[in-house]
Write a protein that binds this ligand. Structure first.
Ligand code: ADP
Ligand code: MG
Length: 324
């Protein structure tokens, strides 16, 4: 079982950024309004994720470290709808198999909380802990017991960049949640909840200088909506890394979607320059196949032509209407 967990870990846990992604998504699934991420050594030494979500009772706190112990898959139908981000029940056991792992959690109004500790996939140690709001997950010495994996890790700085990018992708899709990220005790990314104005989140995540250049996008068609913000062609980037696309609020990186966006900008941008775009494409759950492999970011639409056209139209219409 330990071996299975270690193998599963290789799938789910590629680097510190994948740990952060899985844990932050769990925090969001738990209804958190604030998520804090504290890192040491690019996340290789320590990752601490604190949330104010609904927490867990003792039984669930133990159960969540067993494989396939997801609480989110009530029926097969859920697999298709992907209502919540996580649904595989693999992340926590996989992370705990390759780190020194602690979780501290409690249910609302509980008199006592729970602390569970796992060392490199060892049997969980449980103890009483102070009650608290929400959950704290601590992941130390990632990959200490899988030296082959550890060898692939880059410098802390590089790992930190990946962590930052992982948080940004999630934060862009959740302006209603506050995010605080720090490294070595210094703030790295701080963005209070801004449900009324997602452009504040975009500015916090992607650079304050883009703020005045952002224009809202809205394209509603039968079964497809495209919303979000795009920057005017005055604001350009040297690479396509400023193009963020989300399908049903999951970050994806899909050639077709990026191609449609670039096509829409084509006559507006100087050659070699790329736009800044944050687009949300929402379709019926059954009209999209999000590859369930944790590391893959591709999607397949049943009507890919229709999605392409809608995205292209959304961009072109916004660029034509925008006043510059
Ligand atoms: P999944 O997210 O696919 O269900 P995970 O291994 O990521 O699987 O988490 C297992 C379970 O642990 C979740 O289904 C949830 O019930 C519980 N859980 C994990 N993180 C949290 C959290 N921050 N707050 C409350 N419950 C959590
Ligand atoms: Mg999860």
């Amino acid at each position: 079982d330990d071996l299975i967990n270690k193998i599963a870990a290789g799938e789910v846990v590629e680097r510190p950024a994948s740990v952060v992604k899985e844990l932050v998504e769990n925090s969001l699934d738990a209804g958190s309004r604030t998520v804090q991420v504290a890192l040491e050594g690019g996340g290789l030494q320590r990752i601490v994720i604190s949330d104010d979500g609904h927490g867990m009772g003792r039984q669930d706190a133990l159960l969540c470290l067993e494989r396939h112990a997801t609480s989110k898959l009530r029926q097969l139908d859920d697999l298709q709808t992907l209502a919540s981000k996580g649904f595989r029940g693999e992340a926590l056991p996989a992370i705990a198999a390759v780190s020194r792992f602690t979780l501290h959690t409690a249910e609302p109004d509980a008199q006592v909380g729970t602390r569970v500790t796992v060392e490199g996939g060892s049997p969980p140690q449980v103890e009483d802990a102070p009650p608290r709001v929400g959950t704290v997950m601590t992941v130390e010495d990632l990959f200490y017991n899988t030296p082959a994996r550890l060898k692939f890790m880059r410098r802390g700085e590089t790992e930190l960049k990946h962590v930052e990018e992982a948080v940004i992708r999630i934060a862009l899709a959740h302006p209603e949640v506050s995010f605080l990220v720090e490294h070595g005790g210094l703030p790295l990314f701080t963005s209070p909840a801004c449900p009324g104005d997602p452009t504040e989140r975009i500015a916090a995540a992607l650079g304050n200088d883009v703020y005045p250049h952002l224009f809202p996008v809205e394209e509603r068609r039968l079964g497809i909506t495209v919303t979000g913000h795009i920057a005017s062609p005055e604001y350009t980037l040297p690479t396509a890394r400023g193009i963020y696309t989300f399908v049903n609020h999951r970050y994806v990186r899909d050639r077709g979607l990026i191609g449609a966006i670039q096509r829409g900008y084509q006559e507006y941008l100087p050659s070699g320059r790329q736009p800044l775009v944050v687009l949300f494409i929402d379709v019926e759950p059954h009209a999209v196949d999000v590859n369930v492999h944790p590391q893959k970011l591709e999607v397949r639409f049943s009507d890919s032509r229709g999605v392409y056209d809608a995205v292209l139209a959304a961009v072109v219409r916004t660029l034509r209407a925008a006043p510059w």
